[in-house]
Design a protein around this ligand. Sequence first.
Ligand code: BDP
Length: 694
Amino acid sequence: NDGYKLWLQYYPLENPKSEYREILGNARVPGESPTLSIIKTELEIARSGFFGPATLQKDSNSPKLIIALKDTDPAINKNTTPEEMAVLGEEGYLIKKFSEAGQNKILITANSEIGLLYGTFKLLQTIQTGEQIPNTGLSNSPKIKHRVLNHWDNLDRSVERGYSGSSIWNWHRLPRHIDQQYLDYARANASLGINGVSVTNVNANALVLTPEYLAKAKALADAFRPYGIKLYLTARFSSPMEIGGLPTADPINAEVQAWWKEKTKEIYQYIPDFGGFLVKADSEGQPGPHNYGRTQAEGANVLADAVRPYGGIVMWRAFVYNEKTPDDRHKQGYNEFKKIDGEFRENVIVQVKNGAIDFQPREPFHPLFGAMPKTPLMMEFQITQEYLGHDTHLAFLAPMFEETLKSDTYANGKGSLVSKVIDGSLHKYPLTAMAGVANIGTDRNWTGHHFHQANWFAFGKLAWDPETRSADIAEEWLKLTFTTDKKFTEPIQKMMLASHEMVVNYMTPLGLHHIMARGHHYGPGPWVTGGGRDDWTATYYHKATEKGVGFDRTASGSDALGQYAPEIQKEWGNLKTAPEKFLLWFHHLPWDHRLANGNTLWDGIALHYQKGVEEAKANVAIWESMEAHVDAERFKHVLSFMKIQAEEAVWWRDACLLYFQQFSKMPLPDGVDKPEHDLDYYLNFNPKFVPGNG
Ligand code: BDP
């Protein structure tokens, strides 16, 4: 098993006598359409996986499973109420048991064919995991409207921050060749409810908007459509100059505005249901409205006006910062956007990273959440593990995503969770979305580490319902991907749930951040300093001296804390109540500062690193004990990655502790292993061939 089948394994059911044998063998899916045919094929794949290839004698007069829209099968109208149908909305589904002529049957219905497809996947997942369909039925609809993967894929097939091979989009072969992998990809996304894909890097290439590439993009959009997936493109702000021949890209200029309208009209001729644009502007060298002295809203609105007649949206990133602004980088996104709340067109949604710096192993939630009541905000999570050990380190990210989503912004008083900002309920945003930066490539198992499939899976589940619990996501993924045997699922679920905290411990405990190696961001680099951009160094963030360590973001420092609600300022600003996980994010403290458990800060840091290492080593042993439960191929693959992780946890610990010890001048506490090398060794050790720089 090379893992290509992801969580759609459909391995033989543990109880093969299951009633589902007959149910899946006797399905009725009235009508013909590409989506309905995907449903029929899916039922066949699952049935033969669960029960073996032999077909059942079909009784077409009495189907046992009916998958149909209202009015296309009498059983649906008879066994559902208008109220039940109304709550499903456009994409929801209802799975219900009913009996007819003394036979137990199941129906799946929805208000759209995509809803039927989602319901089909849900039924198949329920069967595989051994769960029951409740007697009251199973009704579910997404809480977020646009659930979008962002690929940072370049047209030359390199992937910025991608660690699982090349881009799966083969632009050279497109549009004439549609690779099977595109369909398998779309199917996997549909099985999670992901309904949008931005296929190109946010560091955008204007070429993708030329007719030659639009024809290619159209071929992808056509392939995705039956799976309910819309295509989005990244728009380079300077495109009117680069491919339009205009002397400017100033958003106020009438010719520029006309150019975007014309270009958009052309795109919709290729792709009638084009989702819209994703834009990174005025950040890390990308062009944007700042070049013309305009605001982010003025920039976004030009594109928004262009896509509006066709129902398109603009996802405009809030990741705007620059090295010339003297202010703490943490504050820049908020300062840029807060003041223009309400100035965006209604089809613009501002895409905000989970935290204010940049996808660090742990960040407090971005202060923009809760601060823009008049502008829809969407979440951007990074699924690819740029700062979390790339492909080789197991880190199950659902707990990290959940931590952000459950954070209280206090925007409308207690309980104003980030999840409620982005599902639109807090500020009544009609437009809602969540984006995840994809971790997918041409590796046979898609994501490099087999367990990183779980992060794609987790993103899909949380985008559908941001209140889904990490523990449930892990359990479901394990059961679908490996086995329902509790001897495997229970210890491995526990390992997954603890893995993010473990990585934080051996990389950036107690609120340390941005102390990774320069450029490729793989491995430790607390010594990274100088080189033109202060905000891309480690020393800018940890500020270690003999006196102490940490970034003072309280009122006595940069006052980034002032961007949060007063309740948070009070709690996080006070050393007695500040959560230790964010301690050095907001406070600069002496090495002998006392932590809650009485340890000095120095000892606390060292012990956290040690804990991370011990867990990474223990995980190797846990996984080794699972050999009987996993196929040999995946077992070995995961094992060798876990060994790499355990070795590199030691690398992180030793390099960071030796570096910080120069300042603390304190001995390592009992229980912390003595480093094998000296600091010079780590300073000179730099893996050269790290992929993913893009
Ligand atoms: C940073 C990455 C860079 C991305 C940038 C972004 O290092 O490659 O282009 O995020 O999100 O973390 O635009």
